[in-house]
Structure formats: C-alpha cells, structure tokens
Design a binder for this molecule. Structure first.
Ligand SMILES: Cc1cc2nc3c(=O)[nH]c(=O)nc-3n(C[C@H](O)[C@H](O)[C@H](O)COP(=O)(O)O)c2cc1C
Length: 242
C-alpha cells in the first residue's frame, strides 16, 4: 500500500489505490488505521460473489452464545434505495448503487445488554475491514426508517430484526486519508471508573432533548415522505470521508 508519510506522527494513506490494486494481505494494523467511511463510490458495481465472500468471512466474528444469527440482503434496486430515503433514511442513500441490509436473529438471551445488536455489529466491523483491503468502501447507517416499516417492506420474518444498512462500492480513485490522532485521549482506567472528565450528573442538554422529540414525532408520522424535502435541508451532511 502506498503510504505517504507527511510527518512522523500523521501518515497519509492512498486508499483509492486499493480499488485497482486490492491488498488482501494488508497488515491488520494498516487496515484498521486507514479504513474510512465512504459515502460516494465509483460507478462500477461490486460483484455479488465478492460481497458474498466478504460477508461469509465476516461471520467469523464473535456473536453472543455463538448464535451467528446474521442475514444479509443485497439491495441493488434504485427504487428500494429511494424508498429508504423517502421514508426517512439518510439523504445520500439513493445516490449509491449497492447497499446491504443487515438483520439478526431477534430472540437472543440477553436483551438488557442488547446482545443481538452487539453481535450484528461485530460482523459489520469485520466486514468493513475486509472490504477495505479489497478497495471496497462502506458506510454503516442507522439513520433509517423505523425498524417495523423496514421489516415489513423487506418481508423480514418475525424472528429476525433489521439492525443496520451498509452502503458499499469501490473507493473513488485518488482518495487519500490522513491517519487519525487518537493517542491523547484518556481511554483506560484500572478497576473502577477514574476518568478525570467524568461529569457528576447525567443530563440531556435541551438541544438533544428537542432533537429526540422531533425525531420521535417525525418517525411516528406515516406520511413522512411529504416532509422529506424539508427534513433533507436540516440533515447533517458529511463530506466524502469525514
Ligand atoms: C452504529 C453506527 C451508525 C452510523 N450511522 C450513520 C448514519 O446513519 N449515517 C451516516 O452517514 N454515517 C453513519 N455512521 C458512520 C459514522 O458517521 C462514521 O463511522 C464516523 O463518522 C467515523 O468515520 P470513519 O468510519 O471514517 O472512521 C455510523 C457509524 C456507526 C458505527
């Protein structure tokens, strides 16, 4: 992998190159450091067989009780992507050509600790890393229409639940990313919570509270596609790989 060192602490990675020259044997640490979320991709489609193989490898991930309850739906129909957007999904969804809906077995043992979501997430993280080495970028999305509507639309049976959507596609050419600076964060404490920045009260700020109320009301409204142009304006927009 071409690794352009700009200065000793923040290397740059040309991850766009991976789309033309996949590196399945890229060291894990390099893959972890250079992977980035991407929301715009090259036009060419990722072959279904390639995605299937990556997903299969991803299911070596840990899962609660080794249940391995993952199910994946590859979406390539633009009308379906448009539906996800219209019903309140992230604004860039209809601009992509491929996405994977990740579902997981619904009746796991330990709902308090959300073991099904945690299990689903572990394979998603594995997938993102494996795909990255092949020059396939992705975006993990949970800004989606309500689960019950997604479940009905995709004809997901009662004993499974949709967890997340992954948009996928080849990295744009010449995409460079700079390694994140993560060293100076207080991350680990021993035996008990001893972090210096611990607030003594659990308070939800008024802005977040308002956002939560708005979100609940919006997703409760069945004809929310009528409001989509309006909500589109206020949605957080990401740059290609921030
Ligand atoms: C659980 C989860 C949910 C996310 N949901 C969204 C989403 O709805 N829309 C979106 O554009 N990005 C979403 N992301 C992607 C994050 O914005 C992205 O991972 C983050 O900005 C860090 O960037 P990186 O993946 O390049 O390291 C999500 C990521 C995770 C792990």
């Amino acid at each position: 992998m071409s690794k352009i060192i700009q200065n000793s602490s923040r290397p740059k990675y040309n991850i766009g190159k991976l789309a033309d020259e996949p590196q399945p044997h890229l060291p894990l640490e390099d893959a972890i450091r250079s992977r980035r979320t991407v929301r715009r991709y090259q036009d060419k489609l990722v072959p279904k067989a390639k995605l299937e193989s990556l997903l299969r490898q991803s299911t070596h991930a840990p899962s609660a009780c080794n249940r391995r309850g993952w199910r994946f739906i590859l979406i390539e129909n633009p009308e379906i992507l448009e539906w996800l957007y219209k019903k309140g999904g992230a604004a860039f969804i209809p601009k992509v050509k491929q996405a994977i809906l990740v579902s997981y077995f619904r009746h796991t043992d330990n709902m308090e600790w959300k073991d099904r979501e945690q299990s689903a997430a572990s394979a998603i993280a594995f997938f993102q890393l494996l795909a990255h080495k092949e020059g396939i970028g992705s975006c993990w999305i949970c800004h989606l229409p309500p689960q019950r509507e997604v479940k009905k639309f995709f004809k997901i049976p009662p004993n499974y639940i949709p967890i997340a959507l992954l948009t996928v596609g080849y990295y744009p050419r010449n995409m460079n990313v700079t390694e994140r600076c993560v060293d100076n964060e207080e991350l680990l404490s021993v035996d008990y919570w001893k972090f210096a920045d611990a607030p003594d009260k659990d308070v939800v700020g008024p802005k977040l509270l308002l956002k939560k109320i708005f979100r609940k009301t919006y997703y409760f409204f069945p004809k929310r596609e009528w409001l989509r142009n309006l909500t589109h304006k206020y949605e957080k927009k990401f740059h290609n790989h921030d």
